[in-house]
Design a protein around this ligand. Structure first.
Ligand SMILES: O=C[C@H](O)[C@H](O)COP(=O)(O)O
Ligand SMILES: C=C(OP(=O)(O)O)C(=O)O
Length: 362
């Protein structure tokens, strides 16, 4: 038996995809988009450094599947972002990669046609183009980094990155985060424990060397500098939420023990709302109230929101899809999103500047 018969016995095909440089040529960065991304990162770093008093709110669909509805959402969010910008800094969730508990649609990059044809090359280019249009609208974008190769195609258009509950313990994702150009939020585990996220922050803050690809698509050793803007995202888990004051206090203590900054983002969806979208506004208003009563560690919130509330299965006949409705986790609708965000702004507009002024200096 030859070596080649022993290799790749479970691989059916290798299909080449354009390199990051080739996709970049087809969809080049514009001056306006670059300005949005750069401003987005600067503000988010300022929030994490406590130089900016605002609260970041990562808000948007659970996943992007229809770019038309996605851009419709982005335009609405842009108006709302302007309206609340003295108090809240809105960053749109632009999630193209879905980590599944077992199986399911893995997102717009993996299967942009949603028919198991897996045109990943098309998904990469269309996702880049979508991010470009969101940046042109003037909205900073947040995404989950799941595949370690994708950031070479999309990274320059992203202002905030999440490492999900299922991957925060993975060395590959910690190494990748150490080289990402954005602040990175590490989710607590699906069992509710914060240990993996804290270890991820410690790991990602350090330089790493690992295998990756460069812009010309060559396999390279990537040497990173370490990312000093890692922070924790509490998303609940293990059948209980973790946004309550006691959980927040215990997370602050765990961060202090690891000598990490007390920066916490609360994801109002997922385990914190038992995936029931109607509970997200309650979680958000509870966190807002904690801040009003003196909390200093909550620097951001996350909402899963779309034009229409709820979610829908992906039908065989895609013309049956409901416009602006999630095909992954259930979301709050647009009217609820506006109401929830405006209410948070009203409570916090006089509270956050005082919180920042009285921030203990290191
Ligand atoms: O945010 C999305 C989902 O919660 C995550 O991808 C897991 O989804 P699943 O449990 O439906 O696979
Ligand atoms: C998958 C997500 O979250 P988590 O990793 O917390 O399940 C998400 O935010 O889309």
């Amino acid at each position: 038996m030859s070596g080649s018969q022993l290799a790749n016995t479970n691989v059916s095909l290798y299909a080449e995809v354009p390199t990051p440089d080739e996709i970049r040529l087809r969809c080049p960065m514009t001056a306006r988009a670059a300005e949005t991304v750069s401003a987005g990162r600067t503000v988010l770093e300022g929030i994490l450094d406590r130089a900016d008093h605002r609260l970041m709110v990562v808000v948007g669909p659970c996943s992007i599947h229809d770019p038309v509805a996605g851009l419709d959402y982005a335009r609405r969010l842009r108006h709302l972002a302007d309206e609340v910008s003295d108090t809240l800094y809105l960053v749109m969730r632009v999630y193209f990669e879905k980590p599944r508990t077992s199986v399911g649609w893995k997102g717009y990059i993996n299967d942009p046609r949603m028919d198991d044809s897996f045109h990943i090359e098309e998904g990469l280019e269309k996702s880049r183009s979508f991010l470009m249009q969101v940046a042109e609208i003037g909205l900073p974008a947040a995404t989950e980094a799941l595949d370690p190769i994708s950031p070479q195609y999309l990274g320059e258009l992203v202002s905030w990155t999440a490492i999900g509950a299922r991957t925060a313990e993975s060395q590959t994702h910690r190494e990748m985060s150490s080289g990402l150009s954005t602040p990175v939020g590490f989710k607590n585990g699906t069992d509710g424990s914060v240990d993996a996220a804290i270890n991820a922050m410690l790991s990602a803050s350090q330089p790493h060397s690992f295998l990756g690809i460069n812009e010309q698509g060559r396999i390279v050793v990537v040497r990173t500098r370490g990312n000093r803007y890692g922070h924790i995202v509490l998303r609940g888990g293990g059948a209980r939420p973790n946004y309550d004051t006691v959980s927040i206090l215990m997370t602050e203590q765990a961060l202090a023990k690891a000598k990490l900054a007390a920066n916490i983002v609360v994801d109002c969806s997922h385990g914190n709302s038992y995936k029931r979208p109607e509970l997200q506004p309650l979680v958000m208003s509870d966190c807002v109230n904690q801040i009003r009563l003196g909390n200093r560690s909550i620097v951001g919130l996350m909402l899963e929101s779309h034009i229409e509330g709820g979610n829908q299965p992906i039908p065989k006949d895609l013309s049956q899809l409901r416009y602006g409705c999630s095909v992954t986790d259930a979301c709050i609708d647009w009217a609820t999103t506006e109401r929830t965000i405006r209410a948070a702004r009203d409570v916090l507009k006089d509270v956050l500047p005082v919180r920042q002024k009285t921030e203990p200096r290191a």
